[in-house]
Design a protein around this ligand. Structure first.
Ligand SMILES: O=C(O)c1cccc(C(=O)CC[C@H]2O[C@@H](n3cnc4c(=O)[nH]cnc43)[C@H](O)[C@@H]2O)c1
Ligand SMILES: [Zn+2]
Length: 353
């Protein structure tokens, strides 16, 4: 909620175009999407927490000194989600916020380990997210899918538990499409998670680890080689390795770029130093995402406005970015065609107005 991160330089007309543009969101965290209203409601329910109940105080609370501080604060919000009803409410409200931004399809990263280890029954957890997913599709028309991620710093116990929850046929939710790895990267080498990714991939899930957000390009190579990554979460440091950029472009491995997140966690110093342009110029498929939007004082529309400025795009260029996300998603071919056609119809209508 660092309000200064909202980019005031985006032209008003382009902002209006982005606001109505049908979009797909591929990198957004479940708990990290809790709006100030939801966070303060949960904090009021659980007064033993250190999370402020006043939405204005959350602005300061969500101001991070570095990535480790961000994770510390993130986990204090995780601690507010204590019952299946909390899970359902959060999931449905996140879908409402996505629908307001014309998000037609979202892959939401969920960390089931963090909830089950805090005592939420695993069956009730799965039922809560699935119930919210179905209600969101019926009420808002937004299609939600899940990525279950391992919180890497919590170790191999968390990896085992996440893999079990993602691959057990009796538990695995219908909306689950992919398997990820999140949390800090420093001191958490990717290769150790290979056996867990192997099992998830064998069970039909796509591999989408975070890599190169807070460590160098070798972490991205490791994610590709050991975890068979099909997309990379962030991949920011890939810009330091021209061979890696060429590999990502040649093999059409998309990057899930989240510009404001990288500034808020201090992974990148300023927006103007963000390597997004280097990615695009190297031919890498760039997708635009919001990561933990209320915590970073942003939303997906703002991320598109930021990207448009950094990449010097007009409406057609922004529409192409939106189509990149649809193309890089795990939707079926018919679903991809439907949203891409909607993007084209909207863009033509806007330019002809
Ligand atoms: O839940 C626990 O008990 C636990 C114990 C030790 C470590 C962890 C984590 O590290 C959880 C990390 C948490 O952060 C999520 N997240 C949200 N945004 C990002 C991001 O930009 N980069 C990496 N991780 C992120 C992630 O999904 C995990 O849920 C937890
Ligand atoms: Zn993330």
């Amino acid at each position: 909620m660092t309000e200064h991160l909202v980019d005031p330089r985006a032209p008003r007309d382009l902002k209006a175009f982005v606001a109505g543009l049908p979009k797909a969101e591929l990198h957004v965290h479940h708990v990290g999407s809790a709006s100030p209203r939801i966070v303060s409601e949960l904090a009021a329910r659980h007064p033993d927490s250190k999370v402020p109940t006043d939405p204005a105080a959350l602005v300061d609370y969500f101001s991070f000194t570095d990535f480790a501080h961000f994770i510390e604060v993130y986990l204090s919000v995780v601690d507010l989600i204590r019952t299946p009803e909390d899970v359902r409410l959060l999931t449905f409200e996140v879908a409402r916020d996505l629908a307001r931004q014309q998000v037609r399809y979202a892959e939401l990263t969920i960390t089931p380990f963090s909830s089950t280890r805090r005592g939420i029954d695993e069956r009730a957890f799965m039922d809560a997210i699935e119930d919210a997913r179905k209600a969101a599709e019926a009420d808002f028309g937004t299609v939600l899918r899940w990525c279950f991620d391992i919180p890497g710093e919590a170790g191999l116990e968390a990896a085992e538990e996440t893999t079990r929850l993602a691959t057990d046929d009796r538990l695995r939710p219908e909306g689950l499409v992919s398997f990820g790895l999140g949390g800090p990267e420093v001191g958490v080498p990717r290769p150790q998670f290979k056996p867990y990714f192997d099992r998830a991939i064998a069970a039909g899930l796509h591999s989408v680890p975070h890599a190169g957000e807070t460590t160098g390009p070798q972490t991205v190579w490791d994610a590709l080689t050991h975890l068979r990554a099909e997309r990379i979460g962030h991949g920011t440091s890939s810009a330091q390795d021209p061979k890696l950029l060429a590999h990502l472009a040649e093999h059409r491995i998309p990057l899930e770029v989240c510009p404001t997140s990288n500034i808020a966690t201090r992974a990148v110093r300023t927006l103007d130093e963000h390597p997004i342009k280097e990615f695009a110029e190297a031919g890498v498929l760039v997708t635009i995402n919001s990561d933990d939007p209320p915590m970073f004082g942003t939303d997906l529309d703002n991320e598109y406005a930021v990207a448009a400025r950094l990449l010097d795009l007009d409406e057609r260029g922004v529409a192409d970015l939106a189509k990149n996300a649809v193309e890089a998603s795990f939707l079926d071919a018919a679903g991809k065609t439907r949203i891409k056609e909607e993007i084209d119809t909207y863009t033509t209508g806007w330019l002809d107005r």
